[in-house]
Design a protein around this ligand. Sequence first.
Ligand SMILES: Nc1nc2c(ncn2[C@@H]2O[C@H](COP(=O)(O)OP(=O)(O)OP(=O)(O)O)[C@@H](O)[C@H]2O)c(=O)[nH]1
Ligand SMILES: [Mg+2]
Length: 446
Amino acid sequence: MLPFVEDTIVAISTPPGIGGLAVVRISGPLALETINQYFTSTQKLKPRYATFGKLKHATLGEGEFDDCVVTYFKGPRSVTGEDLVEVSIHGGAYLQQKLLEVLLRAPGIRAASAGEFTFRSFLSGRIDLSRAEAVADLIHAKDEAAHKNARNQLFGNLRLLVDSMSEKLIHSLTILEAELDFSDQEIEFSPPQALIDPLSEIHETTKALLETYFYGRRLEDGIRIPLVGAPNSGKSSLFNLLLGEERAIVTAQAGTTRDTIEKTIVIAGHSIVLVDTAGLRDAQGEAELSGVDRSLDEIDSADLVILVHAPDTETSIPEELIHTPQVVVFNKIDLVSERPENMDAYLSCTTGQGLESLKTALYAQVVNMVNMGVGGVVLNSERHRDVFIRFKDQVTASIESIQNELGPEYIASDMRLALDILGEITGKTTPDDILNQIFSGFCVGK
Ligand SMILES: Nc1nc2c(ncn2[C@@H]2O[C@H](COP(=O)(O)OP(=O)(O)OP(=O)(O)O)[C@@H](O)[C@H]2O)c(=O)[nH]1
Ligand SMILES: [Mg+2]
């Protein structure tokens, strides 16, 4: 069951902690009345004004409780669409908890559940579902790219794309409905191709959009780049060099790295998970064997591989590598005067020479990998992906109905179904249990 929306809710919208400021939000019909019982100031609260004053009330203890700034938004001109009060107080853990506790004892007030403020925004029509989800993404964004994607979605790019596909569908449906209305009269049917063309376009767009999901996941989890090569080629040395710290053990003995080690760095605004792996060779002993197995697993799940060659080692390239994009590096250039051709970068981990050219090669590949989006949209939510997969299938079904010359009523019903599925993105047709699941994934106070 979705929460009942007539009541007034309260929550701390900044995580409890010491220092800085904390914001307590109250939303609902009793918001203003409630805060007025605790807030004293020389000025009355006015909509869209921030007012400085004190919190003072017997239940908050003797004397003044804290200085505060109260900002009042009168519904419906607030993010939740209802009366909303935001109280900024000092960020002390005691202050936050005490104020919340006292407000919760006020009549008609209850604690907000996770995501309930955003949920109210959605219910009041202030934002559609895809934008509500973008709020959650924005809060969790770990790097610039994830942040940019969430902002794009928040600005409604996904919504625009969905709207333009809906409009095309509705236009075709209108033609079909007209044919249905006049089906007993001698009216020319619109040629099937005129119906198929917009559907094919929608199909193509959806397909392209689904392909962005791979990168969308990478936005969340980071682009996975293992360092792969023969034992002793210098993988761990390069790992440390790229991280700028002595994280992995480096020794002159081949077979030093056994277990994989990973660490996230940010390159060109994108999170990258660098993974140091065990050198690939016929392993000696059980531990090294498991290490090599792990290396192969890493290659399997890699987005890009840094393949390290060195003059004093021989790399046997495993089959798993054939289909993986790679940056090929020749390491230990300080040891030789001649270099093999066709490498992406020539490097010495010992002197640091060539590190910049390796980074350039790496950036180029990363940027190449991430520059895909449809109309500024990159899918990163499993829910959106599921909806678009079903939508694409339904568009295919509609095209087939036209090709098989089914009656306009069947075609129209297929297309209406497609439109309904698409509506799940913006929340027009999203079932309640899914809505609950989405909003409960938010933090309390958002
Ligand atoms: N001269 C020279 N030695 C290097 C360079 N890079 C690494 N080494 C040395 O090569 C040896 C092996 O380096 P590691 O980084 O441990 O090699 P690895 O590929 O991680 O080896 P395994 O973990 O055994 O697979 C160490 O003695 C390093 O100091 C380089 O650019 N020049
Ligand atoms: Mg190593």
